[in-house]
Design a protein around this ligand. Structure first.
Ligand SMILES: NC(=O)c1ccc[n+]([C@@H]2O[C@H](COP(=O)([O-])OP(=O)(O)OC[C@H]3O[C@@H](n4cnc5c(N)ncnc54)[C@H](OP(=O)(O)O)[C@@H]3O)[C@@H](O)[C@H]2O)c1
Length: 225
């Protein structure tokens, strides 16, 4: 039975990922920052505040020696949604970078041995098309820049961990109906997760060169950087 670890599994896309992998019989390690946040029945709950280095270190210690086939860095924030640049504080901009850009890489670093010890050796990072420079956006400075930074950091990580057999995928989930995406999102969580899984579940060390370091839409099509 393969094992997945999902960050931010208590709501939105992370929760839908947990349901989906549970249905397929995977062992699901599901992180949440609040002890009272609801998680799907059948997961193994783990505490994690992704913005807290001590919390990441505690997670690493708790999982020592446990192979993880798929680490899915999903947790994220969109603190400047509908805010102008003048309304965005430096504090929230830095917080956005902490959660969206730095934390996924620190978690990947902390759990790299677990992933390298598994059969599939995959790390998925939920990014956003809004971080594409080719997309040439406007507004949402903190969110967009944090995902652009994540994309570059994952590229570096993919190169550094290639020899360990780890494949790293950057995935845009679509505009999804969640608390973050809002009710006007173009797709529901089930459609997003099913699409992303079509790509992620194909990846093994044998096809690492084809996929690792790539930036993909939820339907599997490549996104320009
Ligand atoms: N929805 C979209 O249209 C869309 C589009 C592009 C990309 N994305 C990306 O997809 C991912 C999931 O988004 P979503 O739509 O599912 O968002 P969501 O419904 O707002 O859920 C966000 C998740 O991240 C967790 N999280 C935030 N800060 C955290 C922290 N410091 N420590 C631990 N967990 C934390 C939340 O936990 P709490 O409940 O504790 O806050 C929650 O579980 C994000 O990376 C987002 O940027 C979403």
């Amino acid at each position: 039975m393969p094992t997945i670890l999902i960050t931010g599994a208590n709501r939105g896309i992370g929760q839908a990922l947990a349901h989906s992998y549970l249905r397929d019989g995977w062992r699901v390690l599901a992180t949440r920052r609040g002890p009272d946040s609801a998680l799907p029945d059948g997961v193994e709950p783990l505490p994690l505040d992704v913005g807290d280095g001590d919390s990441i270190a505690a997670l690493k210690a708790q999982l020592a020696g446990e192979p993880i086939d798929l680490l899915w860095n999903n947790a994220g924030v969109y603190l400047d949604k509908n805010l102008s640049l003048a309304q965005l504080s430096d504090r929230d901009w830095l917080r956005t970078f902490q959660i969206n850009s730095i934390a996924p890489i620190r978690i990947a670093e902390a759990l790299a041995e677990n992933v390298a010890a598994s059969q599939r050796k995959v790390m998925a990072f939920t990014t956003s098309k809004m971080g594409s420079l080719a997309g040439n956006g406007a507004g949402a400075y903190a969110y967009r820049a944090s995902k652009t930074a994540l994309n570059m950091a994952v590229r570096c990580f993919a190169n550094d961990y290639r020899a360990a057999g780890i494949s790293c995928l950057l995935l845009h989930p679509g505009h999804v109906q969640t608390d973050m995406g809002g009710p006007q999102g173009a797709i529901d969580v089930a459609t997003s997760v099913a699409g992303m899984r079509t790509l992620v579940d194909r990846v093994t060390p044998a096809v690492q060169a084809q996929f690792s370091g790539g930036f993909f839409d939820y339907d599997g099509s490549p996104i320009p950087w």
